[in-house]
Design a protein around this ligand. Sequence first.
Ligand SMILES: Nc1ncnc2c1ncn2[C@@H]1O[C@H](COP(=O)(O)OP(=O)(O)OP(=O)(O)O)[C@@H](O)[C@H]1O
Ligand SMILES: Nc1ncnc2c1ncn2[C@@H]1O[C@H](COP(=O)(O)OP(=O)(O)OP(=O)(O)O)[C@@H](O)[C@H]1O
Ligand SMILES: [Mg+2]
Ligand SMILES: [Mg+2]
Lengths: 256, 256
Amino acid sequence: MARRLVIASQKGGVGKTTVALNLAVALAERGSRTLLVDLDPQGAVGLSLAKADTELPGLAELLMGQATPEEAVLVTRLAGLSLLPRGRLDATDVPSFEEEVSRPGVLAETLESAEAACDIVIMDTPSGLGRVTTAALTAAEFAVLAFQTESLALRSIGQGLRVLEHIQTAGNPRLQLLGILPTLVERERPGTHAVLSEMWNGFPDTLETVIPRTEAFAHASTLGVPVGFLGGGAGAPEARRFELLADELEARMNRL
Amino acid sequence: MARRLVIASQKGGVGKTTVALNLAVALAERGSRTLLVDLDPQGAVGLSLAKADTELPGLAELLMGQATPEEAVLVTRLAGLSLLPRGRLDATDVPSFEEEVSRPGVLAETLESAEAACDIVIMDTPSGLGRVTTAALTAAEFAVLAFQTESLALRSIGQGLRVLEHIQTAGNPRLQLLGILPTLVERERPGTHAVLSEMWNGFPDTLETVIPRTEAFAHASTLGVPVGFLGGGAGAPEARRFELLADELEARMNRL
Ligand SMILES: Nc1ncnc2c1ncn2[C@@H]1O[C@H](COP(=O)(O)OP(=O)(O)OP(=O)(O)O)[C@@H](O)[C@H]1O
Ligand SMILES: Nc1ncnc2c1ncn2[C@@H]1O[C@H](COP(=O)(O)OP(=O)(O)OP(=O)(O)O)[C@@H](O)[C@H]1O
Ligand SMILES: [Mg+2]
Ligand SMILES: [Mg+2]
């Protein structure tokens, strides 16, 4: 069975999709057979990778039994990385997609059928700790909680940890926190260092690798591509940052 | 009955809470008795206004019948603005809060009891078009859809409009789109003008007033205060921007 890792956050727009996509690329490039799963009903993670469109079948069809895993899982241009996109979903069907994903046991079963030849599964989730993210955490082995690095975030880390504990006791004892990931870090902004040191001192699971807010990430995100795919090596430092993150997470997975 | 306006977006982190808070302030300052309602289970909109804390009763208690409207609705430091915060909600109870809010008729009834002496209700919502946002749109008269001004957003505007149409036919014929609001506008970023003109040309309901990404908004947001409350008049231009937005929205409300 593949190792399953969820990228989650309470607040929106903190960089979950950017992290999920670029981490999946870094893991595939170092030889792990990686499956990137898009659980966000608004999702569009990495579609540019597979030259796909939201019109291709994906998770929505797999859940409804309207596609086989071979039809739903896309091979991407990057060896070692495959993608299970959200699938065709009319925006008006979002509540029923959420309902189906969060039905007990459904997601675990669907992932089992899709992850066959993989070493690791990365799940991107919608923001918040609603039923879709809860279902993903219930089916996973590891969680990374992403927080924009600002003082408001310090208030919600405790809540995020309580949710993980609740899921561990209520349904998934194997769930472990792999790390708290500071995102959108702006070192030159006053107060950032104070927030980072509170995270490192107050929450020992805060990762050493942090994700800075840079122009290359913003640009890659508007194109929908991994930052390493930007022309002319524009995203090389950012891609290296994700190699570091992959190193740190793999070391933690093996330690836990 | 008060006029009810929902601020919604498909993507997270596009500035919904920032818009909801600052618009409510601008409307209250021009004399409308305004109620700001926090429907986001991760919410904390404007708590600094009421010197409140997430420990005060609010919507969660009102929904469960554990508080009266007088106990749940907070008066703020600003005359004319009151706040119905999310209320006490353990992060593990988010799925059941969503369930309760989206039970047919419950939100409309709860708002009726809370909006008694108000002219206008502004509802902040979680990101995405899940059941909470759908419930808010079903109970509302107007919707503003916020989009970060980048090319990816152009793809999702059509979906957002389809959801509104679906809600109009499925349950709330009086729901009207009040405007499409470009947010986090960075005029100096290449491509921004092209995106803005596609929004103005392609979607006639795109508002003339746009919300720029500025340091004052980011700073006010970390403090949890309206931008006009920053010391030394630092947020004055931004606060004026919201006066323009309030003008434009009120004119549209009266025309529709
Ligand atoms: N490291 C970064 N540097 C600069 N911009 C970034 C970075 N990470 C994300 N962004 C920008 O922030 C916005 C949100 O990023 P992203 O979509 O990855 O967040 P998210 O948490 O997945 O959002 P959602 O809540 O909608 O799922 C995007 O516009 C993206 O360009
Ligand atoms: N006009 C702006 N200029 C600069 N920064 C902004 C602006 N609006 C919002 N932000 C920043 O963007 C982040 C997200 O803003 P906000 O919380 O208002 O978005 P949201 O759509 O309500 O997010 P969520 O999806 O979590 O509800 C915050 O860190 C805030 O500081
Ligand atoms: Mg995302
Ligand atoms: Mg918000």
